[in-house]
Design a protein around this ligand. Structure first.
Ligand code: ADP
Ligand code: ZN
Ligand code: ZN
Length: 722
């Protein structure tokens, strides 16, 4: 009988494409194929096999090739794609292809050589490093790394470009040996659980064998990770796999190391966007074959095939980086919950400051809340106080009291951290004569001054230009940098504390791979006294000697139009505060503000997340904002705002009638222009997720047929940005 395959293709149309597929069977569902499409040849994925194609069969082209080297994707992953396509109203083919490892989006792929572990032995009289020419820096690095313990070929390739050849040479000389299956690290202590930790573990184990969602709420250091590790242990003992989602692996090497150290016998697939394509594919395959007991990855790993999946953990579940903000816009946290339900397994969402959506779900009983109220090590919580900066003279944003406190901390030989969530030198370049400010030519935004390279830079589109010698509007040569970024605060700190060793940690200073690692190590080992940084420093390592945290300029978010701004600020400040006083030394946190009476700060000072959440949720309820309603926003951009607005107006006319769905008028985006395009948006909101989804389901396919010359558009479901 003639057979046909329905193929998912990476094209912006919400449908599958039929091809002749003689000899195919349902066993081929989930396999990659190569197909002719117009004049191109595309890679696709078989989603269905059918005997009844959706157009006359003589019109259908045959498939070009099928990939039988990889096992087909399992049906639960294909169902996840389907759910994603229908919930986010995104073309199924684009969902499927963007959820695959990049290497598989092209037909031909190459797997890197298997990972080998090497260790160094010092053979003969000649200690290896001495035998190397002094100029061979990379080889010295390689040798130094191997001397500290065994390392795998991937890591070594990063250290030395021709590591394979050099190591081959050393192997022949007998300097290095290959270690078979050597554990990367030795197992570390496994503490007895505290009462609350035990209760949390028991609660999850009690519901084992079915779907249930848990919200593990506990401040930094309360022992959440220890709870995860026990649950992973349980899953492994049942011979099943655990998926652990984390916001950004690069920022949290310590977490990865801790998991690896606890389960030295277990194969762990670490998946993140910093991996080389082939390497990522290799690890993905290991997970898909059920060989990896643990998959630890960032948002995209929620799509990893895992035949033995038994538990999902989402750490820092409130973190914005679980939301993909371009292409397929999805929330990995929400998909994790969907996937747990689909696989009938538990999911644990952990955070010190849960998202208000998850908190609300716990309040209403959809999730089970588990609380770890204290620090596991017995360390006390940092004392938080406010510095009222009204009518105070600030020195580059620093109050007198802040400077004094830093001085005292340094004189006790302890570390201090200054948090300012703005990189660069100054956010505004301003002419005091004519009030000109340096604008980005492509965005509705100001350019940020960057000192070290004497450039003006746009943080939204990447535009760069030189700092003008005089005001371009009036010729005044005395133009000024207004406000502070990390570079300027660093400069001020250097002036006040000339002998202090200062580290600046922001996206600019940590751009090079591994540099944040190195910085963290320096802070850890006491090679730095003062740290100035953006929210980057809120994640990652504990710094045992850090006892003072100062937050500058926290007020920006307090009166924002974005209803989530306070939630984000609270989470950020809590997280930064959590860096202080983790060990036996009590820490203190100072927050500079012009609004010391703001309720957010009193909740923060008393570490009262529940109180803060309650107040925020009450406001959201009054305004019928999420989580008390569901939102979707259709965004359009064009060279002219009017074109984008006109297109949205036409789109609005064809929204199906629904009494439950509130439809707003098209409006210009809060940041009108970005990267040369002007933007507008159209919001939809409903107290019923079902009604909103139903309306979108009818509406979005029609949007694809609406003439849109010169318009780029996309739909964002459950948007987290304004
Ligand atoms: P979180 O993940 O909530 O930040 P961790 O699990 O990292 O907390 O725990 C914080 C610190 O307390 C770690 O140093 C950890 O080793 C330690 N710790 C956790 N649980 C216990 C316990 N039951 N007994 C002793 N120390 C613990
Ligand atoms: Zn001027
Ligand atoms: Zn710009």
């Amino acid at each position: 009988m003639a057979r046909f395959a329905r193929i998912a293709l990476d094209v912006p149309l919400p449908r599958l494409f039929d091809y002749q597929a003689p000899g195919f069977s349902t066993d081929d569902v989930g396999r990659r194929v190569e197909v002719p499409f117009g004049k191109k040849i595309l890679v696709g994925l078989v989603l269905e096999i059918t005997d009844t194609p959706d157009c006359p069969e003589e019109k259908l082209k045959p498939l070009k090739a099928i990939d039988s080297t990889l096992p087909p994707l399992p049906s639960d992953v294909l169902d996840l794609f389907r759910f994603c396509a229908s919930y986010y109203h995104y073309p199924i083919g684009q969902v499927a292809l963007s959820a695959l490892p990049t290497a598989l989006r092209r037909w031909k792929f190459e797997l890197p050589k298997p990972v080998v572990r090497y260790a160094l032995t010092i053979a003969g009289q000649l200690a290896l490093p001495d035998a190397l020419p002094a100029r061979a820096v990379a080889r010295h690095r390689l040798a130094a790394r191997l001397k500290t313990g065994s390392a795998d070929s991937i890591e070594l390739n990063h250290l030395c470009g021709d590591a394979p050849r050099v190591i081959q040479d050393w192997l022949e000389k007998g300097w290095a040996i290959i270690q078979e299956d050597a554990p990367a690290a030795t197992a570390i202590v496994r503490p007895d659980l505290l009462k609350e930790q035990q209760a949390a573990v028991d609660a999850v184990k009690h519901d084992w064998g079915g779907f249930s969602a848990f919200l593990l709420h506990g401040i930094t250091g309360s022992g959440k990770t220890e709870v995860y590790l026990r649950l992973v242990e349980e899953t492994l003992s049942q011979g099943r796999q655990t998926l652990i989602l984390v916001p950004e692996i690069g920022l949290t090497p310590q977490f990865t190391q801790r998991v690896a150290a606890r389960f030295p016998e277990t194969s762990i697939s670490v998946l993140h966007s910093g991996l080389a394509e082939g390497e990522r594919l290799l690890r993905w395959k290991q997970a898909a074959a059920g060989k990896a007991g643990i998959v630890l990855g960032t948002r995209l790993s929620v799509f990893t095939p895992m035949p033995g999946l038994g538990l999902i953990i989402v750490d820092e579940e409130h973190d914005a980086s679980f939301s993909q903000q371009e292409g397929l816009r999805y929330s990995a946290r929400d998909l994790a919950v969907f996937r747990a339900r689909q696989r009938n397994i538990p999911v644990v969402l952990g955070s010190a400051t849960p998202s208000l959506e998850s908190w609300h779900n716990a309040e209403t009983g959809r999730y089970t809340r588990l609380t770890l109220p204290d620090r596991a090590t017995g360390a006390s919580l940092p004392e938080t106080s406010l510095i009222d900066i009204r009518n105070q003279l600030l020195d580059e944003g620093l109050s007198q009291r802040a400077i004094l406190s830093i001085g005292e901390t340094l004189s006790r030989r302890e570390q201090a951290l200054v948090f300012i969530n703005r990189r660069g030198y100054a956010p505004v370049l301003h002419c005091p004569v004519c009030a000109w400010v340096a604008p980005c030519p492509r965005c509705s935004a100001r350019l940020t001054l960057h000192r070290p390279r004497h450039r003006l830079r746009c943080h939204h589109c990447g535009h760069e230009e030189r700092i003008p010698a005089a005001c371009p509007a009036c010729g005044n040569p005395d133009i000024r940098a207004i406000g502070q970024g990390t570079q300027r605060v660093e400069e001020a700190l250097e002036r006040h504390f000339p002998s202090a060793r200062i580290i600046r940690a922001d996206r600019d200073s940590t751009r090079r791979k591994g540099s944040w690692d190195t910085m963290q190590a320096s802070i850890h080992s006491g090679k730095a006294d003062l740290i100035v940084g953006t929210q980057l420093i809120a994640k990652g390592h504990d710094f045992p000697n850090l006892t003072l945290v100062i937050a500058l300029d926290a007020d920006g978010a307090l009166f924002s139009l974005d209803f989530r701004a306070e939630e984000r600020l609270f989470a950020q400040l809590m997280q930064v505060a959590g860096r202080a006083g983790r060990a036996d030394k009590p820490g203190s946190v100072l927050i500079q503000t012009s609004f010391p009476d703001h309720p957010l700060f009193s909740s923060l000072a008393t570490h009262d997340f529940a109180g803060f959440a309650q107040a925020q949720l009450a406001m959201r309820k009054t305004g019928l904002l999420p989580p008390f309603s569901r939102q979707a926003v259709l965004r359009a951009e064009a060279h002219q705002l009017s074109a984008a607005m006109a297109w949205l107006a036409r789109a609005r006319e064809i929204i199906p009638e629904s009494p439950d769905v509130e439809i707003f008028e098209p409006v210009p985006a809060p940041m009108l222009k970005k990267a040369g395009l002007e933007r507008a948006q159209l919001w939809l909101q409903s107290t019923s997720r079902g009604s909103l989804q139903k309306a979108l389901q009818e509406w979005v396919p029609q949007l694809h047929t609406l003439r849109a010359a010169g318009i780029r558009w996309h739909l964002d479901v459950d948007p987290v940005e304004n």
